[in-house]
Design a protein around this ligand. Structure first.
Ligand code: ATP
Length: 319
């Protein structure tokens, strides 16, 4: 019996992942760029056992159904790599309040990848760990990496995330609606690829957008990176909306935040908005503008400030 504990944080994409090239291995149709947050860690302990079945306890509740199945499928992959077939108990705590409306699958599968690989005796370097986390949830590949990460498109060998330098930014996260979304990311991604006539253009343009974003990062050009971030998010929502039946994630309050961010820019501040597949809006800005941005956006929705955070890491098991 071996035990390992690990911690990982959520990430928010500046250039979005929306579309798979391969569903089984979770290979993305395009690369993406993200910031790993310094808030809302997930802590996961994996203990190998002599039991006949895996146990999954998430936030203090033993799970069955799809949450468990997703973890078991992931453990099966880890066992395949390790050449072992002993079962495990997985105990995981997310600290992201459900009210924050942030995706927990990225921090969840990054922490699980790190803890499970150690419990099963795999000695993986960062690249291999990122590839492994990708199998649990695509965006988890990026939560392995501290601060800013580029996740490459490519085959199984080449599709991993790695660190990238970026200009100094912080993120004001506005919770517009904490409720469960009507259409899951997985389902919406599938429907977009199958039915949105804009999908091919989204794929070709995002590949170019990522190149421009990486150039902006190399040049330390925050204004360019900010413009790219906001445009890329709006393009993603446009391609999703082009699905049949159409899917709309942004609500009038989300739009009011995009408008408020545009007004802040008109006043000379440097702030740009982005939104994942949901109504919540994240605003990036240089650290000196964070207080004003948080105050102004805070008038429209509940806000929390995040800074670039650590990658996944081993932890001492909780007592
Ligand atoms: P997807 O990866 O399908 O796009 P998402 O990131 O959009 O999902 P979330 O609501 O974050 O959507 O995903 C939540 C799912 O992630 C949960 O239903 C559960 O299956 C899984 N999950 C969340 N936290 C953990 C965790 N700590 N350990 C393992 N699995 C987790």
């Amino acid at each position: 019996m071996t035990v390992a504990t690990a911690q990982a944080h959520p990430n928010i994409a500046l250039v979005k992942y929306w579309g798979k090239a391969d569903t089984a291995a979770n290979l993305p149709a395009t690369g993406s760029l993200s910031m790993t947050l310094d808030i809302f860690p997930t802590t996961t302990t994996v203990r190998t056992t002599d039991d006949h079945a895996d146990r999954v306890v998430l936030n203090g509740v033993e799970r069955d159904g799809t949450v468990r199945e997703r973890v078991v499928r992931f453990l099966d992959h880890v066992r395949g790599l390790a050449g072992r077939d002993d079962r495990a108990e997985v105990v995981s705590w997310n600290t992201v309040p459900s009210a924050a409306g942030l995706a927990s699958s990225a921090s969840g599968f990054a922490a699980l990848a790190q803890a499970a690989s150690e419990a099963y005796g795999l000695h993986l370097d960062t690249r291999a760990l990122s590839r492994l986390a990708r199998r649990g949830s695509g965006s988890a590949a990026r939560s392995i990496i501290p601060r800013f990460a580029v996740w490459h498109a490519g085959d199984d060998e080449r599709s991993f995330a790695e660190p990238v330098e970026a200009p100094a930014i912080e993120m004001v996260i506005a919770t517009v609606d904490a409720g469960e979304k009507a259409v899951s990311s997985r389902e919406a991604m599938k429907r977009t690829a199958l039915t949105s006539p804009f999908y091919p253009a989204w794929i070709t343009s995002t590949a170019q957008t990522l190149e421009s974003a990486l150039e902006a990062c190399r040049a330390g050009d925050l204004d360019r990176l900010g413009r790219i971030t906001e445009t890329n998010a709006l393009r993603m929502h446009a391609v999703i909306q082009g699905s049949d039946p159409s899917i709309r994630y942004l609500t009038p309050v989300s739009w009011s935040i995009f408008d408020a961010v545009a007004r802040l820019r008109a006043e000379g501040l440097r702030a740009w908005a982005t939104a994942d597949a949901g109504p919540n809006v994240c605003v990036i800005c240089p650290p000196e503008d964070t207080a004003v941005v948080a105050e102004r956006i805070g008038a429209l929705a509940e806000v929390v400030v995040a800074r670039p955070g650590p990658g996944s890491a081993s932890r001492e098991p909780a007592a």
